[in-house]
Design a protein around this ligand. Structure first.
Ligand code: SF4
Length: 277
C-alpha cells in the first residue's frame, strides 16, 4: 500500500491540477474562511485556499481517515484527502452546483465528481451534449476538460453518509459565494444537482448580487427560474435549472435517466449559447 502522503497530499507537491502551494494560507475557523475568501485576489487563489481549508473538524477528521483507511479497490492509490475546489473554465457560461465530494471519488482523485459513479453519469451526459471533452472522468491527469462549463460543490469536503451538517454548510458558504461571484459576469445557466444544491446555492447567488425571488421556488427536475444577474454582468437573464442528482440511488431506481440528464444539460447549453436561428 502506498502511504507516502497519507493522510493528505501536501499542497504544491505535484498532484495534477493542485492549485495550492506550500505557502497557501490555511483557514482553521469559520471566521478565517470568511476572511481568506474575502481577500482572495483571483479565482485561482480562491481555489487554492479552498483546497487546504481545515475549518470543519468533523469533516477534516473524516476525509483524512478515509484517505488512510481507503476502499480495498483503491488500496494501492494515494488519496487526495483535502477539500475539492471548483473545477473547469475560469469564465464559464454554464455553472453546475453539486452537494459535496464523495469519500472515494473526489476525496481520492482531487477533482470534483471524478472517480465515482455519479461522476460517470454526469460526465457522460456532459460529453453527449458538448460540455465535456471526454465521456469519462477517472483521475486528475486523464485529460478531461469542461467546455464553457465549471462545476462547484456547496460543501468542499466529503461528509460522512454524504450529509454535511447545517453548520458545516454555513462554514463552507463563503468559498461558494466568492466562486459564484467570480464567474457571474459570463454565466448564463446554473444547474443545481439535487435539492441540497438547490437550497445551498440561493444564499451564494444573493451574496454574488443576483436578485433572487421570494419565496424561493421549490426544487424539481427541469424547474427553471429566471434570475436578474448582478450589475456589470453580460447581457441577458440567467436561468437556474433544477436537475435530479445522478446519485446511485437515483440512477439505480430510474428516478433519473440518461435522457433526463441530457435534456437538462442540453437546455443549459442552449440557454448559455443560443443556437443560431
Ligand atoms: S467543508 Fe468547506 S469550510 Fe469545511 S473544512 Fe471543508 S472546505 Fe473548509
Amino acid at each position: 500500500m502506498t502511504t507516502v502522503n497519507a493522510p493528505f497530499v501536501p499542497p504544491g507537491s505535484g498532484w495534477p491540477g493542485d492549485p495550492a502551494t506550500p505557502g497557501t494560507p490555511v483557514a482553521r475557523t469559520p471566521q478565517e474562511v470568511r476572511e481568506l475568501a474575502d481577500r482572495a485576489p483571483t479565482l485561482h487563489e480562491l481555489c487554492a485556499r479552498e483546497s487546504v481549508c481545515r475549518a470543519c473538524p468533523r469533516l477534516v477528521e473524516w476525509r483524512e481517515r478515509v484517505a488512510v483507511e481507503r476502499r480495498r479497490a483503491f488500496a494501492d492509490q494515494e488519496y487526495w484527502g483535502r477539500p475539492i475546489p471548483g473545477w473547469g473554465e475560469e469564465r464559464p457560461r454554464v455553472l453546475i452546483v453539486g452537494l459535496a465530494p464523495a469519500a472515494h471519488g473526489g476525496n481520492r482523485t482531487g477533482r470534483i465528481f471524478t472517480g465515482d459513479r455519479s461522476g460517470d453519469w454526469l460526465f457522460a451526459s456532459l460529453h453527449r451534449v458538448g460540455l465535456a471533452a471526454q465521456p469519462t472522468s477517472v483521475h486528475a491527469a486523464d485529460g478531461q476538460r469542461l467546455l464553457g462549463t465549471r462545476v462547484v460543490a456547496t460543501v468542499r469536503c466529503a461528509p460522512p453518509d454524504n450529509k454535511p451538517t447545517p453548520a458545516e454548510r454555513a462554514t463552507c458558504l463563503p468559498w461558494l459565494e466568492h466562486e459564484v461571484a467570480e464567474v457571474a459576469p459570463r454565466v448564463r445557466a446554473i444547474v443545481a444537482l439535487g435539492g441540497y444544491a438547490w437550497q445551498g446555492v440561493w444564499p451564494a447567488l444573493k451574496k454574488a448580487g443576483y436578485e433572487v425571488p421570494r419565496p424561493r421556488p421549490p426544487f424539481g427536475h427541469g424547474v427553471e427560474v429566471e434570475l436578474t444577474p448582478p450589475a456589470g454582468s453580460g447581457p441577458g437573464p440567467v436561468t437556474l435549472l433544477g436537475c435530479y442528482h445522478p446519485s446511485q440511488q437515483n440512477t439505480f431506481t430510474g428516478r433519473v435517466t440518461e435522457e433526463m440528464l441530457d435534456a437538462v444539460f442540453t437546455r443549459a447549453r442552449d440557454l448559455a449559447d443560443p443556437p443560431a436561428a
